[in-house]
Design a protein around this ligand. Sequence first.
Ligand code: TMP
Length: 308
Amino acid sequence: RRLSLLLPASMSSSSTRTPESVVADADALARKVAAIRAAGAAKLQVIADFDGTLTRYWYDGCRGQSSHALLRQGNEEFDAKREELFEHYHPIEINPDILLPEKAKLMEEWWGKSHGLLIEGGLTREAINKSVADAPIAFRDGVVELFEFLEARDIPVLVFSAGLADVIEEVFRQKLHRSFKNIKIVSNRMVFNEEGRLVAFKGKTIHVLNKNEHSLDMAAPVDNSPEDPNGSTDDYSLVKKRTNVLLLGDHIGDLGMSDGLNYENRIAAGFLNTNIEKSLKDYSEAFDIVYLDDAPMWGVVELASDLC
Ligand code: TMP
């Protein structure tokens, strides 16, 4: 791929590129790195999207699955109904011509129906565990090393997703083979009965268009259950004091994940997984650094080590 053909004409003279990343304004990025480094690790937090950001976009030549898509309820009728919902609502999700308030209403409708089917179909924890074990899903190379680096420096990582918290946690358990005390998952969280069947979802639904609206405030009420050992409200008032942010996302909308935070400095790293020719200009204007071609996490590891 000849990146020079893809680079937006409007890039500043300080733009830089490597085979797998693009920085539109290297001077601005360097200033942010210096400011965050000067403030120290105690001021820094990481906010990351899950699907297509921490996980790979491609898996063995096919699209890697999201936390919703990988789920098999063990009940074909309900799986088929959720698939039908996807066929109907996903084109709406990606249609740029639908106004945001209208789209947000439709996304709420989709999440409501999908969660309803999971409950009605009696999803079990066992089905989640098996679905994850069978799923084509993998973390990017370097994710473990990034988490280890951040854990060693007590830097919290907030994983923010419109997917399913319980599925994401199972992906962490099965694919990382170890837990990290600094990682907190903020996503739609399930309530199971004594027989291990899903009976409800906790709190307000997080969908693709309100990941910004509630942001960190939605994290606070999540309880401190055994599967969610980091979930105390105290942690969250502390996190809010960490006013320097390294944000990782794969959609421009992911930039809204830090909206609940009155941050001082933010470095946004974006993974541009698809439609590179069409989207590189927008991505390189929105993100401080853009990683291309389903890049591994090594660039972010290096960036993080420049920050502290
Ligand atoms: P996120 O992982 O970027 O936060 O977004 C969640 C994705 O989940 C979003 O692109 C739509 C998708 N989704 C499904 O695949 N099936 C579903 O039933 C629902 C509600 C969402």
